[in-house]
Design a protein around this ligand. Structure first.
Ligand code: FAD
Length: 407
C-alpha cells in the first residue's frame, strides 16, 4: 500500500455543505489558508433544502455578491402562505424586513454551493477537494491536529492548526472527537419523492397542513419535490397499505396532483428521510470546532437549518479569522463561537420541538376544518405576520460580515 499524500494548512474544513463552504469562503477571503474536503463528487443531491433566507441574502449584499447571486435562476417568496385544513392562509410577510431583499429565494442548493465555491476558488488561499471522505481525526497529546481521508487516488492526511467539522448530522468529526450529544425526540420522519409539474399548477412552493399532517411541494422548475410528513417509524405501516391508497392520500392534500401521483408506481421512488434534532454539549476541543448540523442537527420545520449553518460560519470567521491568519487559536477562542451561536440554536430547536409535538405530528388530529387559534390571529391581524417573517427570515441573532478582507 502506498504512503498517504500529506498536506499542511492553517484550517481544514470537513464537509462542503452550506456551513463548510461559507466558512471556507470567508476564511479564504480573510487570507487564511483553508482546505475544504467534500466526500461527494458534486453538490447535486436531492434531499438538500433550497431556501436562502433574507439574512443570508443580506450577507451576500455585505460581501458584494448579491447582484451576481440574484442572476442565478431562483424564485422569490415575499409572503409565506399555507393551506391549513383546506383554507388558504397567509403566515409570514417578508416585505417589511429591514433587509435589501424582502423575500426568501428558492434556489437549488447545488446552484448555491457551486456559486459559493466558484467565488471561493478566486482566492489563492482556498482549496476544495471533492470525492475526499474524512475517515478519522489525527490526535496528538489530546489535541486534534488534522484529518485522515480516503480519495479515489488513495489516502490523504491533512494537518492543520484548526479542524472545522461541518459534515452534517451524521458527522464523523463529532463522533471521533468524542463529543457528547443531547438528543431531542422528534415524532416525525419525511417521505421524499418527485412528481412532475404541469402548466396551470400553482406558481410557488406550497405547504398543505391538514389536521396534524403536512405535505410540502418545492418547485424545482420541471418537477415538484414533495415532502410528506409521517409519524416516526411509520413508513412500514404505510407500505403495508397499497400504493394507490398512499397516492390518494397525497391527492387529498393537493387535488391538482390527481392523475400524476401514479408516477409513484414503486415504493423505491419514495425515500425515507429521518428527522433529528440534537445538539452537542461542547462544540469544540483543542484544535477542533463543530458548526452547522454537525454541532446541532435541525429539523426541516421552518426551513431554517441552512440559514443557521451559514450564521455559524459567519460567526466562526468573524471571531477567528484574524487570529488564525497568524497561527493556532485556543480552545477559549473556539468556545466564543459556541457561546455566540448556542442560544439562537436553542431557541430555534425549542420552536421546532414544539411544532413537531403540537402542530405537525404526522398523525391525524381530532379537529375538523377549523383553523388553529394562532393561524386565525395571523389571518385577522396582518401586522402579526411580521413576527414569523422575522423569526424565519432573519433568525434570532443574524450575523453580519465582519472578518477582515485582505486583498
Ligand atoms: C428532509 C429535510 C429537509 C430539509 N429542508 C430544509 C430546507 O428547505 N431549508 C433549510 O434551511 N433547511 C432544511 N433542512 C435542514 C438542512 O438541510 C440542514 O440544517 C443544513 O443542510 C445544514 O448544513 P450543514 O452545512 O451543516 O450540513 P450539510 O448540509 O449536511 O452538509 C454536510 C456536508 O458534509 C459532507 N460530508 C459528510 N460527511 C463527510 C465526510 N466524512 N467527509 C467529507 N465530507 C463529508 C456531506 O456530503 C455534505 O456535503 C432539511 C433537513 C431535512 C432532514
Amino acid at each position: 500500500m502506498s504512503a498517504p499524500e500529506k498536506l499542511q494548512t492553517r484550517c481544514v474544513i470537513v464537509g462542503g455543505g452550506p456551513a463548510g463552504m461559507m466558512a471556507g469562503y470567508l476564511l479564504a477571503r480573510a487570507c487564511v489558508p483553508v482546505i475544504v474536503l467534500e466526500k461527494h463528487a458534486d453538490f447535486f443531491r436531492d434531499f438538500r433544502g433550497d431556501t436562502i433566507h433574507p439574512s443570508t441574502l443580506e450577507l451576500m449584499h455585505e460581501l458584494g455578491l448579491l447582484d451576481e447571486f440574484l442572476k442565478q435562476p431562483h424564485q422569490e417568496l415575499r409572503e409565506l402562505r399555507a393551506v391549513v385544513n383546506g383554507q388558504r392562509v397567509p403566515v409570514a410577510d417578508f416585505t417589511k424586513l429591514p433587509t435589501h431583499c424582502k423575500f426568501i429565494a428558492f434556489m437549488p442548493q447545488w446552484d448555491f454551493l457551486n456559486f459559493l465555491s466558484s467565488h471561493a476558488k478566486r482566492f489563492q488561499t482556498f482549496q476544495l477537494y471533492m470525492e475526499t471522505e474524512v475517515v478519522d481525526l489525527l490526535i496528538e497529546d489530546s489535541r486534534v491536529v488534522g484529518v485522515r481521508a480516503k480519495t479515489p487516488r488513495g489516502e490523504l492526511e491533512v494537518r492543520a492548526d484548526l479542524v472545522i467539522g461541518a459534515d452534517g448530522r451524521h458527522s464523523i468529526v463529532h463522533t471521533r472527537g468524542g463529543f457528547k450529544q443531547c438528543e431531542f425526540g422528534v415524532p416525525i420522519d419525511v417521505l421524499w419523492m418527485r412528481i412532475s409539474k404541469k402548466q396551470g399548477d400553482p406558481k410557488q412552493t406550497l405547504g398543505f397542513f391538514q389536521h396534524g399532517k403536512l405535505l410540502v411541494l418545492l418547485d424545482r422548475d420541471d418537477y415538484w419535490q414533495c415532502g410528506f410528513v409521517i409519524p416516526k417509524g411509520g413508513f412500514d405501516e404505510i407500505k403495508a397499505r397499497t400504493l394507490p391508497e398512499f397516492q390518494n392520500e397525497l391527492v387529498s392534500f393537493a387535488d391538482f396532483l390527481r392523475g400524476r401521483v401514479a408516477e409513484l408506481d414503486d415504493w423505491s421512488k419514495i425515500k425515507l428521510l429521518t428527522v433529528q434534532i440534537n445538539r452537542l454539549r461542547d462544540w469544540c476541543r483543542e484544535g477542533l470546532l463543530c458548526i452547522g448540523d454537525s454541532a446541532h442537527a435541525m429539523s426541516p420545520a421552518g426551513g431554517v437549518g441552512i440559514n443557521l449553518a451559514i450564521q455559524d460560519a459567519v460567526a466562526t470567521a468573524n471571531l477567528l479569522a484574524e487570529k488564525l491568519r497568524s497561527g493556532p487559536v485556543s480552545v477559549d477562542d473556539l468556545r466564543k463561537v459556541q457561546t455566540r451561536r448556542e442560544w439562537p440554536t436553542r431557541l430555534i430547536q425549542g420552536m421546532q420541538v414544539f411544532i413537531h409535538r403540537r402542530v405537525v405530528t404526522g398523525r391525524a388530529s381530532g379537529r375538523r376544518n377549523s383553523l388553529p387559534f394562532v393561524v386565525r390571529l395571523l389571518k385577522w391581524f396582518p401586522v402579526l405576520r411580521q413576527l414569523p417573517a422575522r423569526f424565519i427570515g432573519l433568525g434570532p441573532r443574524p450575523e453580519h460580515f465582519r472578518s477582515p478582507t485582505v486583498t
